[in-house]
Design a protein around this ligand. Structure first.
Ligand SMILES: *[C@@H]1O[C@H](CO)[C@@H](O)[C@H](O)[C@H]1NC(C)=O
Ligand SMILES: *[C@@H]1O[C@H](CO)[C@@H](O)[C@H](O)[C@H]1NC(C)=O
Ligand SMILES: *[C@@H]1O[C@H](CO)[C@@H](O)[C@H](O)[C@H]1NC(C)=O
Ligand SMILES: *[C@@H]1O[C@H](CO)[C@@H](O)[C@H](O)[C@H]1NC(C)=O
Ligand SMILES: *[C@@H]1O[C@H](CO)[C@@H](O)[C@H](O)[C@H]1NC(C)=O
Ligand SMILES: *[C@@H]1O[C@H](CO)[C@@H](O)[C@H](O)[C@H]1NC(C)=O
Length: 494
C-alpha cells in the first residue's frame, strides 16, 4: 500500500528466470517447479536471505496448454532454517498492489519469530508489478471524467473513456487483461504452492488480499495450514449495498477523524468536530464550483494541476487508513486539508500515468473482472448519488471505483455471489470496527460464507490491523507459528 518505489526498477526480468520446458498442466496433476535465483541488480542491496522466483502459468486456466505468462516473486528465507515451519504468502491488497516491495522489509513487518520460522513470499499478482505487467494508453487513463455524471454529455464521456481505455489495455497487453480476476490469481498461488514442493499454504491477505484468500479457500480448502484475512471484502454484496456500506463507513470514520483532529497536536485545526466538518463541507462546495489549485502538481507534472470534489473524496478515504503506527496517515490528512483551505490542494490531487507501464492502472482490469459492472444508465447513477448524498452528506458517495467499469469492454468473469467455503482449518478474520474501506459489516458477511472461522475484532480506527503492530498482529503470528487461536468474537484494542 505504501512504498512502491521499487516497481519501475523491477520491470525487466532476466531471461534466466524463464522456466525451461515449462509444462502447464491442469490442476489435477503436478506443476512445474518454481525457479529461484539471485535477484537482479535492479533490486539493490536487499541484505541476506532473499531470492527472486519465477513460474510460468497459462494466461487462461481453462486453456492450460495455451499462451503463458510469467509470475514473479520475492522470497525471504526463514532465518532459522532448522526451525522452519513452511512458507507464508503475503498479499497487501489493492487490487493491483505489488507484494514484492513489502517482503524487502519482511523481518520488520512480520516480526522475528515469523521471519525466523517461515519462508515469506510476496507474489506480484498476474499483470501487476514484476509479474507480466499490463500496458495501457496513459492518454485515456488521464482523461478527466466525472464518475457521477449529472447529464448525458458527462455520462457519454464516462462511458467513452473507459471503453477506449480498456481497449487500449487489450491492444497493448493482449488477452491477459481478460484474465486478471481473483480466481485466476488463486489458481496461480496454488501452482506456486505445488511448485514449491507441495507443503500446505500459510496466507496473510490484507484488504483486497482477503478476496484472493477466500477464493483460494473455496477452491482448495484441503491445502491450507493457516489463513488470516485482515480488513475483509464480501464478494456477495450487490451494487447498492456495496455503495451504501462504503459511504456510511467512510462518513463515520471522517467524523471520528474530525473528533480526533481538534484536540490533537498533530492536526492543524483547533475547533470542534462540527466546526471542522463545516470547513470540510465548504471546501467540497468550493471545489464543486471550480477545481481547487494544486500548485505542486503543476510544477512536477506527475499529478493533476487542480482537484475536483470527487477527487478529494477519493483521496481522503485512503488517508483515513492509518490513525497511528508506522504507516500513519491521519496526521498527513490534517495537514493536507489545512493546506487545501489555504489554496493548495496538491495533497489530494490524482496521480497521472506518465507512460504505458504506469502502476496507476494495474487495478482496473482486476476490479472490472471481479465485480459485475454497474448498470449503464444515467438515471441509475443519479439515483445512487442522490441516495448516498442524502444519507451521508459529508462524503456523499465515497467510493467510486465501480463506475470505472461502466463502458469497460470486458465483462466480469468472477461474478458477485455467495461463497461456500467448507473443509478448511479455521480461517482467522480480523477487522477494525471503523475500517473506512472494508467495513466491519463485510467481515460478518464473509464469516457467514465460511464454515470454520474465528472473528477477531479490533476496537479502533483505520483500514486493516496487522500493520498497526499491536495485539492483532501478535494473535495472527501466534496462529501462524503455534496454531493457537483466540476464542471467537475476541475484541482487542490494537
Ligand atoms: C533459501 O533456501 C533455499 C532452500 O534451502 C536455498 O536453496 C537458497 O539458496 C536459500 N537462499 C538464500 C538467499 O539463502
Ligand atoms: C485497438 O485496436 C483496434 C484494432 O487495431 C483499433 O481499431 C482500435 O482503434 C484500437 N483502440 C485503441 C483505444 O487504441
Ligand atoms: C491552532 O492553535 C495553535 C496554537 O494555539 C495556533 O498556532 C494555530 O494557528 C491554530 N490553528 C488554526 C487553524 O487556527
Ligand atoms: C514510466 O514512468 C515511471 C514514473 O511514473 C518511470 O519510473 C518509469 O521508468 C517509466 N517507464 C518507462 C518504460 O518509461
Ligand atoms: C475447524 O478447523 C480446526 C483446525 O483449525 C479443526 O480442528 C476443526 O475440525 C475444523 N472444524 C470443522 C467444522 O471443520
Ligand atoms: C508460540 O508459543 C511459544 C510457547 O508457548 C511462545 O513462547 C511464543 O511466543 C509463541 N509464538 C508466537 C508468535 O506467539
Amino acid at each position: 500500500m505504501f512504498s512502491l518505489h521499487i516497481f519501475s526498477a523491477l520491470m525487466a526480468i532476466p531471461a534466466i528466470w524463464t522456466v525451461a520446458n515449462a509444462r502447464s498442466v491442469p490442476a489435477s496433476t503436478s506443476f512445474s517447479q518454481v525457479q529461484f535465483a539471485k535477484c537482479p541488480s535492479s533490486f539493490g542491496d536487499l541484505g541476506s536471505g532473499f531470492d527472486c522466483g519465477a513460474l510460468e502459468v497459462p494466461i487462461d486456466w481453462d486453456n492450460p496448454y495455451g499462451e503463458k505468462i510469467q509470475l514473479a516473486m520475492l522470497r525471504h528465507n526463514a532465518t532459522k532454517p532448522e526451525q522452519r515451519i513452511g512458507t507464508l504468502f503475503f498479499n497487501p491488497g489493492g487490487p493491483g498492489y505489488s507484494s514484492v516491495s513489502y517482503i524487502e522489509g519482511a523481518v520488520k513487518l512480520f516480526g522475528d519469530e515469523v521471519s525466523d520460522r517461515f519462508d515469506i513470499i510476496g507474489l506480484d499478482p498476474r499483470g501487476v508489478g514484476i509479474s507480466s505487467p499490463i500496458k495501457c494508453d496513459p492518454e485515456y487513463y488521464n482523461q478527466r471524467v466525472s464518475l457521477w455524471p449529472s447529464n448525458q454529455i458527462e455520462f457519454d464521456a464516462l462511458v467513452n473513456k473507459y471503453a477506449r481505455f480498456g481497449e487500449s489495455c487489450y491492444n497493448m497487453t493482449g488477452p491477459l487483461v481478460k484474465h486478471m480476476d481473483s480466481v485466476s490469481v488463486a489458481k496461480d498461488i496454488e501452482a506456486i504452492r505445488q511448485g514449491l514442493g507441495d507443503e500446505k499454504l500459510n496466507y496473510l491477505g490484507l484488504s483486497y488480499g482477503t478476496l484472493i484468500g477466500q477464493t483460494y479457500a473455496e477452491l482448495f480448502p484441503q491445502n491450507i495450514r493457516t489463513m488470516v484475512l485482515d480488513g475483509n471484502m464480501d464478494h456477495s454484496t450487490d451494487h447498492i449495498s456495496y455503495l451504501t456500506v462504503k459511504s456510511f463507513t467512510y462518513e463515520t470514520e471522517l467524523v471520528r477523524f474530525t473528533e480526533w483532529c481538534g484536540p490533537s497536536k498533530e492536526c492543524p485545526f483547533n475547533g470542534t468536530s462540527a466546526a471542522i466538518l463545516k470547513i470540510w463541507d465548504d471546501l467540497l462546495a468550493k471545489a464543486d464550483k471550480k477545481p481547487l489549485p494544486a500548485p505542486s502538481c503543476k510544477v512536477s507534472g506527475t499529478c493533476r494541476a487542480d482537484v475536483t470534489s470527487e477527487e478529494i473524496l477519493n483521496s481522503v478515504n485512503s488517508m483515513l487508513w492509518f490513525k497511528s503506527g508506522p504507516f500513519e496517515t491521519w496526521n498527513k490528512l490534517g495537514k493536507a486539508l489545512y493546506s487545501a483551505t489555504k489554496g493548495d490542494a496538491s495533497g489530494f490531487s490524482d496521480t497521472l500515468a506518465l507512460n504505458s507501464s504506469s502502476t496507476s492502472f494495474q487495478d482496473q482490469p482486476v476490479s472490472c473482472l471481479d465485480w459485475d459492472h454497474p448498470e449503464e444508465s444515467l438515471v441509475a447513477l443519479k439515483y445512487q448519488h442522490e441516495l448516498a448524498s442524502s444519507q451521508w452528506p459529508h462524503v456523499k458517495i465515497g467510493d467510486d471505483g465501480r463506475n470505472k467499469c461502466i463502458g469497460w469492454p470486458f465483462p466480469a468473469v468472477n461474478k458477485v455471489r455467495r461463497a461456500n467455503i467448507i473443509g478448511t482449518p479455521r480461517i482467522l478474520l480480523i477487522n477494525s470496527q471503523f475500517d473506512p474501506s472494508c467495513s466491519y459489516i463485510w467481515a460478518n458477511g464473509l464469516r457467514d460464507q465460511i464454515q470454520n472461522s474465528t472473528l477477531l475484532t479490533r476496537k479502533g480506527d483505520g483500514h486493516t490491523s496487522y500493520m498497526v503492530f499491536g495485539e492483532s498482529r501478535d494473535i495472527a503470528n501466534n496462529y501462524f507459528v503455534n496454531l493457537t487461536l483466540p476464542t471467537d468474537n475476541t475484541i482487542v484494542n490494537s
